[in-house]
Design a protein around this ligand. Structure first.
Ligand code: FAD
Length: 385
């Protein structure tokens, strides 16, 4: 059997593009397969810790839309709490389509081949090669495979990568253009360097509003149960508070696979990265940082495996557990308590003088949930009991 590449990366989102870049940069022959025509739209708030820069040798700033200096929290659009982000740990808002496109451009410049409109329908192992079949009958083969097909992954669970039955958050996102804002509304317009999180309007979740160069990115996420019915109603209350028409913006709903326990993320010559590996934060829906972290770390381990280190893929699973999973285990516990008793959570958690700073540090990547979790959970449970 002939091979078409050393590595096939399935899915050209943030995780797949990061993996494709690093493997190509290391001199591997990489084939990046993407179902949609490229570049593709993607529902995403685009909030991301600037610390992700450390995983890339090129400057990520061309994809950055805004630098966030403050985070604001509200309960039913009132009772605000504001935290200044520490200067050494900034938070970016990226244009998501631009970020993914930029990463793919870097991968292609490093030698990767991109095939868009290539929808994988089947993956299988034949001897020492992985074979991927498209839904129109094309076949490609490689020594190794990176599963990076996102939250609706058809391949990770059947291959035993990540949880067998993934858990999902429900989301609805809207992009609003500044031209839809009336001049009279400018006074109530959102600060251009502030990320806003609203907790009281959403059952079992929160609403976010992130500033963009020419508008805002808003969305609603529900983390316990599936309750998409009132997501549109939440946006209709949130938008006027920011100076936009209640019905402004194009809406996009999407399921989001969230972290749900420590699982094996590797098999024989195969790894799962990003949402396909169920890495997204189950409390604040942060999925970009773990996508870039897993794409980068997975590529480094795969490179060692291709060079003959048979233990390198096991090291990828262990590394993701240490660098991300341990914090998420605490994040999941906080989410389970917070989203069941959100009013108490807001009063006792978010409104504590030190809390906004802690959340800002978690979002910026300078602190993990484990650093705060035991005290937060004890406080919330004591109040309920
Ligand atoms: C509404 C919303 C808002 C969010 N906001 C934020 C935020 O502000 N900050 C943050 O950190 N995270 C956010 N997230 C999470 C973040 O978007 C994801 O965690 C991130 O996109 C994961 O990247 P990925 O590369 O794993 O998956 P994706 O970006 O989904 O990429 C997967 C790619 O695989 C392709 N694909 C799928 N199936 C196939 C196939 N069969 N064959 C070939 N290609 C295939 C898809 O077309 C897609 O391009 C948000 C998510 C949602 C839904």
């Amino acid at each position: 059997m002939t091979r078409d590449a050393e590595v096939i990366v399935l899915g050209a989102g943030a995780a797949g593009a990061a993996a494709a870049f690093h493997l190509s940069h290391a001199g591997r022959r990489v084939l990046l397969l993407e179902r949609q025509s490229w570049p593709r739209p993607k529902a995403c708030g685009g909030g991301m810790a600037a610390s992700v820069q450390r995983w890339f040798p090129f400057d990520l700033s061309p994809a950055v839309d805004r630098v966030i200096r403050r985070v604001r929290f509200t309960w039913n659009l009132e009772d605000p709490v504001t935290a200044e982000l520490p200067g050494e740990a900034p938070f970016w808002i990226v244009r998501r389509q631009r970020l993914d496109q930029y990463l793919v451009e870097q991968a292609v410049a490093a030698g990767c081949s991109l095939e868009s409109r290539w929808s994988a329908s089947d993956v299988s192992r034949h001897g020492s090669l992985w074979q991927v079949r498209s839904d129109d009958g094309r076949l490609v083969r490689a020594n190794a495979l990176v599963i990076a097909d996102g939250s609706t992954s058809a391949f990770s669970a059947p291959l035993g990568l990540g949880p067998a039955r993934p858990r999902f958050a429900t989301t609805l996102a809207a992009e609003v253009d500044r031209t839809t804002q009336t001049p009279a509304d400018e006074a109530s317009a959102h600060d251009d360097d502030t990320a806003h999180f609203e907790f009281g309007l959403v059952h079992h979740g929160f609403c976010w509003a992130f500033p963009r160069q020419r508008g805002m990115s808003l969305g609603v996420g529900t983390f316990i149960g599936r309750d998409p019915a009132d997501h549109a109603a939440v946006l209709e209350r949130m938008l006027p508070s920011l100076g936009y028409a209640a019905t402004a913006g194009e809406r996009r709903g999407a399921p989001l696979r969230v972290w749900d326990g420590h699982h094996r993320l590797h098999g024989d010559g195969v790894i799962a990265v990003g949402d396909a590996a169920s890495l997204c934060d189950p409390f604040l829906a942060e999925g970009l940082r773990p996508a870039l972290m897993s794409g980068s770390s997975g590529a480094a381990c795969l490179e060692r495996w291709l060079a003959g280190d048979s233990k390198a893929l096991g090291a990828y699973t262990s590394q993701m557990r240490a660098d991300w999973g341990e914090s998420m285990a605490w994040g999941r516990r906080i989410a389970q308590v917070f989203y069941r008793f959100p009013r108490v959570g807001y009063q006792l958690g978010i409104k504590r003088p030190t809390a906004p700073q802690r959340i800002a540090q978690i979002l910026s990547g300078s602190m993990g949930y484990g650093d705060i979790a035991q005290r937060v959970i004890r406080r919330l449970l004591l109040q309920q009991g």
